[in-house]
Design a protein around this ligand. Sequence first.
Ligand code: OOG
Ligand code: MG
Length: 260
Amino acid sequence: MTDWTIDRAVTELLDREASRRDGGRITEQWPALDLATAYEVQDALLRRKVDSGETVVGVKLGLTSKAKQDRMGIDSPLTAWLTDAMVLPAGVPVPAEELIHPRVEPEIVFVLGERLAGPGVTAATALSAVRSVYAGFEVIDSRYTDFSFALPDVVADNASSSRFVLGGKSVSPGDLDLALEACLLRVGGTVVASATGAAVQGHPAEALALAANALGKRGIALEPGWIVLTGGLTDAVFVEPGQEVSAEFTTLGAVTVTGG
Ligand code: OOG
Ligand code: MG
């Protein structure tokens, strides 16, 4: 017997977020929390956010690159929700005073022009549904101490979602080779990591197909206009207050965030 429920897990995670408090893994107290139930927690958490006025603007993938999988010690990609409250306008510093222990990671971001409903979505079908491609940064902020979690914990926690920012340049998917698209990550001017789009599941469109197929199993389609973060290309980095972190891409241009 456990006194944990989906509702209690949602309340705990939202409390941690609101009070900027990290804590232990939920699976330590609720070992029976499996992956399917963790996605139910994630969906219930989204419903609470929507009830409080947020709207869904898309989805994010997590743990799609080896750099991220190795760092977090989990090799299964996952999906989570993006809402309008997570949008960080260009030029606005990371709101550190609202967050627990934010880190930033460079991502290739899609905006969909067409609906995508799995199962059976291939990378080619997925790419043909993309209207535009952007460089982006995701700000992640786990509600678990030291970003230490098992797969069901991080799924329940909406994959450490916090904020995201898009670069100023929109590129049509036919105008670049997404597997070869390179990214240099700089912290305070120094290159700390580099990757190409192939780091994300071999091709970022594979990640998009993965999201469409995984969500399709839960009866959810990706809608036109939705934003899709395809997953960190490199490990995430901390940003000191006032410090600038930039990701410079071959074709997608540069995107910058400043520590708050
Ligand atoms: C989990 C979220 C992973 C990504 O892009 O791989 C993620 C975490 O690293 O805390 O957003
Ligand atoms: Mg990410």
